[in-house]
Ligand binder design. Sequence first.
Ligand SMILES: Nc1nc2c(ncn2[C@@H]2O[C@H](COP(=O)(O)OP(=O)(O)OP(=O)(O)O)[C@@H](O)[C@H]2O)c(=O)[nH]1
Length: 328
Amino acid sequence: MYSSQGYIQNTMHRGRVLIVDDDPLNLNILHHILRDDYDVFMANNGKQALSFCKKEEKPDLILLDVVMPGVNGLDVCKYLKSNETTADIPVIFITSQNTVEQENLCWIVGCTDFIPKPVNHLTLKHRVRTHLMMKRQAELLKKYAWVDGLTGVCNRRYFDDHFKKEWRRCMRSVAPLSLIMFDIDYFKSYNDTYGHLKGDTCLCRVAETIARRPQRAGDLTARYGGEEFAVILPETSLQGAVFLAQAIGEEVQALNISHSSSAVSKKVTLSAGVATVIPDKSAQPAHLIQYADAQLYRAKRNGRAQVCSALNERNFVYINSIPFTNHF
Ligand SMILES: Nc1nc2c(ncn2[C@@H]2O[C@H](COP(=O)(O)OP(=O)(O)OP(=O)(O)O)[C@@H](O)[C@H]2O)c(=O)[nH]1
């Protein structure tokens, strides 16, 4: 649902339906019924279905045969429901096994619904439409819970959630986790000079510029507080994160947003604090936030419009303090 940049992706596409059946005739019939309304994909065994679901663009709904050679439908469903990235995909079983025991097995592995064979075309169309609509509504609700209303980037709640997940992931893979904290310089005087409406517009343009840059899976931009933004960069070295912070800072200056009451430049500038840790059990996610915040504070004290960084506070290494160029 979220792009790596932190923006919500458009979910109002036609809907991607994956049909899984080992019988080519059944695949053809279902494809024929749905192809005018949805983007339809087909798999003729469980293994193929699972590898399709590992792709970046997942199906929005799966029609799944129960009895198939190799990995059967029940196992496919069980696997999808136990995996965080596929658990929300509705699975409708298409089955000729209509005993109570069989039905119960389908519910136990987490199916959303089932349709008996032979398939009634209208029932299929209605069930698919209803479940896709319910999925979209659930996504919209999540969107409003997770997105910052003014800037459109992720909000603090989503940041906290994602940050903890990436912390655990980097701990498992013994990889560096970097965090950049950005703050707009002299933003209070910007509001005082130009008014809050212009202040809001400025915040939106800065947020958009920050969020455009981080592109890798797991990267995330969020509004951390009023005029403060955070960027999470999993599996990224301190050097890489500083490079990115520097590039973003320069791009914000290149926006050329006038700031006549700033003491550091005639344009809007950012200060940035960068910190990197390889997460382990002796530390908490909050520590990395503190390290990055300490560096942001140092950037402010040093004169603003610059990036300051540290490897981590336990063996505090002041790697750098880089002023942005051309800010006057
Ligand atoms: N327009 C607007 N202003 C906001 C929003 N959220 C926070 N602010 C303002 O951001 C300003 C932050 O001011 P300070 O924390 O004093 O920091 P600063 O003026 O940027 O100074 P330095 O950070 O030290 O460079 C305050 O005036 C807040 O009212 C918002 O959503 N819209």
